[in-house]
Design a protein around this ligand. Structure first.
Ligand code: TMP
Length: 210
């Protein structure tokens, strides 16, 4: 695929403030005249929203890890085909709240699916599409969970699972320093936003030069 826009993903453990920061970043870029699409996973499409409900609803109970993996990837494939690729092709900046790194960390690193399977399935769904920059909003797990008022099916998983999620993100960030930047999320929101903007500066400059 010929990609003209830029693709930024936001990642992190529960309660890191991705959605708030994503909205702020979107507003800031739009005020600077840029065309921005902000969406999230799972979700972002009609079917994706239904899958999100299934995945986060307590009534779904304990889903088989492979089933869970397939549902996240199904939501992703639809979003990629219907929304993300067209937006990037038309030159937009796409900001996505969670992407394949979430699957790698939650279903692979911390969950019961092997990383090899997660990576293979991810390749099948994403093809050659990779984020230009990924921001991991990092904070101590207990601080993040304390911000969650009504824990959903994923948030209600044991503390040890969430600790693994955090470690998974930090491991991934160490392995891919070119793409992934870690920003401390347990700071005032305005400071977090400032650091996010700094962390995407180089990709934005490249975009503006196009
Ligand atoms: P959030 O986007 O509102 O934070 O919630 C989505 C939840 O789904 C969150 O607990 C992380 C989880 N998740 C996965 O386990 N795997 C995935 O691939 C994605 C996109 C999300």
């Amino acid at each position: 695929m010929r990609k003209q826009g830029i693709f930024i993903t936001l990642e992190g453990p529960e309660g890191a403030g991705k959605s708030t920061q994503g909205r702020r970043l979107t507003g800031w870029l739009r005020r600077r005249g840029m065309r921005v699409l902000f969406t999230r996973e799972p979700g972002g499409t009609r079917v994706g929203q239904k899958l999100r409900r299934i995945l986060l609803d307590h009534r779904s109970g304990k889903l088989d890890p492979l089933v869970e993996l397939c549902l996240y990837e199904a939501s992703r494939k639809i979003l990629m085909d219907q929304v993300i690729r067209p937006a990037l092709r038309s030159g937009r900046i796409v900001i996505l709240d969670r992407f394949q790194d979430s699957t790698w960390v939650y279903q692979g690193w911390a969950g019961g699916c092997g990383l090899k399977l997660v990576e293979e399935l991810g390749r099948a769904v994403m093809g050659d599409l990779a984020p230009d920059r990924t921001i991991v909003l990092d904070l101590p797990v207990k601080k993040g969970l304390a911000r969650v008022r009504h824990p959903n099916r994923m948030e209600a998983k044991p503390l040890a699972f969430h600790e693994k999620v955090r470690q998974g993100y930090l491991t991934l960030a160490r392995r891919q320093p070119q793409r992934i930047r870690v920003v401390r999320a347990d700071q005032p929101p305005a400071k977090v936003q400032q650091e996010i903007r700094k962390a995407i500066q180089d990709v934005l400059e490249k975009y503006r030069r196009k």
